[in-house]
Each structure stands twice: as C-alpha cells, then as structure tokens.
Design a protein. Sequence first.
Length: 222
Amino acid sequence: MTNILMIEDDAEFAELLSEYLLQYDIKVTNFEDPYLGLSAGVKKYDLLILDLTLPGMDGLEVCEEVVEKYDIPIIISSARSDINDKVNGLALGADDYLPKPYDPKEMYARIVSLLRRYSKSNSSKIATPQSDFEIQGDTLYFKRQPLSLTPAEFEVLSLLVKHQGITQSREQIINTAGTMSIDSQGKSLDVIISKIRTKLGINNPDDSKRIQAVRGVGYKLV
C-alpha cells in the first residue's frame, strides 16, 4: 500500500480525496494542523500533498522545511490563484502544483506519475530495491532465473515489476501491452495474469500469489 501524508485544513475535502484514492490501494493520512503534520514522521510516507492556506503556518514554509529535511515528492494542492505561489512552490522544491478545484482522477494520475519518476531516480519504497525481479533487455529474471514469457506476458509483468507495490488499473496495463488482443482485451489480460502466476509458482506455489487482484481496479505485484 502507498502511504500519503496530506496537510490540508479542509477536512471534508481531504476525506473525499482519501476515499477516492483508497480504491487504488493508496492510504491518505491528513493533518489539518501543519505543525502536527510535520511531527508525524514525514519520512515514513511515500508522498506529501500540501495545501498552502493553513492555520498558523503558510504552506510554502512547510514546503521549504520538508525539502530541507526529507527526500519525499511533494504535490502542492491549493485554491490560491496567485501565479507567484506556484512559481515559489516549485522553486522551493515542490514537484507538482495542482490548483483547486480538481478532479480526484487527475490527482491520482499525478501521484502515479510522480511516484514512478521517484522510483526510477531515487529507489523509493515502492521501487523495492531488493526485489526478486530484474529486467535485462527483453528478458525478465525472477529470483535470478530467466522466465519463459510470451511477448504479452513480458509486457504485463514488466509493467507490474516497474511499479511494484502500486496498483495498476486494467486500462493502464492494457494500454501498455500493445501485443494483447484488441478484440478481447479484458479477457486476454485475465488469461495472461493467470499464466504469469503459474510460471512464478513453478518452484514455490506461494510465489503465484505475488500478483494480487485489486477488486474493481486492476492488479499489483507485491
């Protein structure tokens, strides 16, 4: 599960976003008080969603302090329309700026994109540096043994490996796997996942459970 720290004084807004993201296996912990948020153990979270208009402390100050002390991606989420706020926030080290109001789908897309970039450059939690999987060219290794995969199986499993720990929607997987059948993509994906699970579990049946279905969303590799 991806854990997100949110510092937002609009409790209702935070709750709505939290409920939406939970379906993607993303847990949001919100603090209305910025001082409490900063003392909550920032480094144990995978990402920070930060409002700017906060009680007792401006969000830009929070951003500056977090950047100085922690290596964590930051998305500023604010209703303040001053372009200087956006410029200053990004200059201080924020990674993205999403003005309110916004569709939760867009926030989800930005979270996934940002965590993907961090997983590549910083080996973040979700990248699992000691993973049992390794991709070398067009070969995928599991526990140092090459897997015999069809092109479609390779595409699907590679996507899950690159974003290990993060749920990938069925649409994301299908759009990435260009070799899948166009006429029956949904059924094809389920068949491919089943075959991959079988190949992972050849030596240890428990390994077949490494790919988990997230009801109504898609799949993730754990």
